[in-house]
Design a protein around this ligand. Structure first.
Ligand code: PLP
Length: 391
């Protein structure tokens, strides 16, 4: 049976070139970067080179990059760090209702600590209105945190505009760029943000490595104290092999981004036109909004997303019903709820997220099997049996 992996927003396979440097580093470069002998010096150089490669991908100075374990850790460090550093100046944060749980749960924790958080809404296309952010700002606001690309529907948020209006009022700005990092061009200067989070496993590096950009890194109090690695901003002996791998993944993304983004956009159009032609009741989320070229979130009224996912899986196609963290639970996606999606669509959404290995044959295979799968899902949903005729 054909195997088609369309869940790259959950995670990506390690790129063969990245795997090579990873294995080489694990085999050869075991020195501790803090050691002064040649083993240590060699790994220090590797970490520095990787920092340059990461920084180059987002147009940042190398000294503004801090490595850590994940996008989740980066988000926690930035939100909790700003709260700790600026809590005496104000105790209000602004974010959106469609953020990843690494932001939303951290905000909930900060609310327990006495901070207040405003969650700005999104429109029906899944896009935040900068005016809603402006209206949410108060004299007590210390941080605005708005994701760059949404992980479930792929919509791009007007981060540069939002950053401008926050910074005009002296408020710090963070963007969770985990999903756009390496997929589309990113420049911290153009975005105008003070902090940006990224994660390795979304761009063909291993899981368990990530980091953040900080315009002024030393202003952020560390979450993890210890041996002063990462200039004291994130202690713990550096994961040299994974850092090296992330550096290579960034260099590859930089090199291949334009052609890969164009290729994926063509596949995205093929998938979306094919679905709409064969299954007119389908609704593509954020279809008219600026979006990542690899992400298609589509809802089938009256079908259960979990049933569709299992049926596709049985035929070799791996997709998701929303964010990886929320699949497995039958709770409707908080992102689709925030977009005010009709009740009958909420539970019938699937996310297709393409990547390097995706081909037009993969898309054609999906288009070949999907109509029957949706039709079948409706047969088993008596309350929606009527829509069979409409497919
Ligand atoms: N932020 C976004 C937008 C994500 O999509 C994810 C992962 O799905 C994360 C943060 C968390 O990153 P990590 O898996 O590296 O902890």
């Amino acid at each position: 049976m054909r195997q088609v992996y369309l869940d790259h927003n959950a995670t990506t396979p390690v790129h063969p070139e990245v795997l090579e440097v990873l294995i080489e580093s694990l085999r050869e470069d075991f020195g501790n970067p803090s050691s002064v002998h040649r083993y240590g010096r060699k790994t220090r150089v590797l970490v520095d080179e990787a920092r340059d490669q990461v920084a180059a991908l987002i147009g940042a100075p190398a000294a503004s990059i801090v490595f850590c374990s994940s996008g989740t850790e980066a988000n926690n460090t930035i939100l909790k760090g700003v709260a700790a550093a600026k809590g005496d100046q104000g105790r209000h944060l602004v974010t959106s209702g469609i953020e990843h749980s690494a932001i939303l749960d951290t905000c909930a924790y900060l609310e327990q600590q006495g901070f207040s958080v405003t969650y700005v809404p999104v429109d029906e296309h899944g896009v935040i209105d900068p005016e809603a952010v402006r209206a949410a700002l108060t004299e007590h606001t210390i941080l605005v945190s708005i994701m760059h690309a949404n992980n479930e529907i792929g919509t791009l948020q007007p981060v540069a505009e939002i950053a401008q209006l926050a910074r005009d009022r002296g408020i710090l700005v963070h963007t969770d760029a985990v999903q756009s990092f390496g997929k589309i061009p990113l420049s911290v200067a153009a975005l105008g943000v003070d902090f940006l989070s990224f994660s390795g496993h979304k761009l063909y590096a291993p899981k368990g490595i990530g980091g953040w950009y900080a315009r002024q890194p030393a202003t952020l109090p560390p979450l993890i104290h210890g041996g002063h690695q990462e200039r004291g901003m994130r202690s713990g002996t550096e994961n040299v092999a994974y850092i090296t791998a992330l550096g290579r993944a960034c260099a590859i993304a930089d090199r291949d981004m334009q052609t890969e983004a164009e290729r994926l956009q063509t596949l995205q159009q093929r998938l979306e036109h094919g679905i709409m032609k064969q299954i007119p009741i389908a609704r593509i989320q954020g279809a008219d909004a600026p979006r990542l070229p690899n992400t298609t979130n589509v809802a089938f009224a009256g079908a259960e997303g979990e049933t569709l996912l299992m049926s596709l899986d049985l035929q070799g196609v791996a997709v998701s019903t929303g964010s990886a963290c929320s699949s497995g639970s039958l709770e409707p996606s908080h992102v689709l709820q925030a977009m005010d999606l009709a009740e009958e669509l909420l539970n019938g959404a699937l996310r297709f997220s393409m990547g390097r290995s995706t081909t037009s044959e993969d898309i054609d295979y999906v288009l070949q099997i999907l109509p029957d799968i949706v039709k079948h899902a409706h047969v088993f949903n008596p309350s929606f049996a009527a829509s069979r005729e409409r497919i």
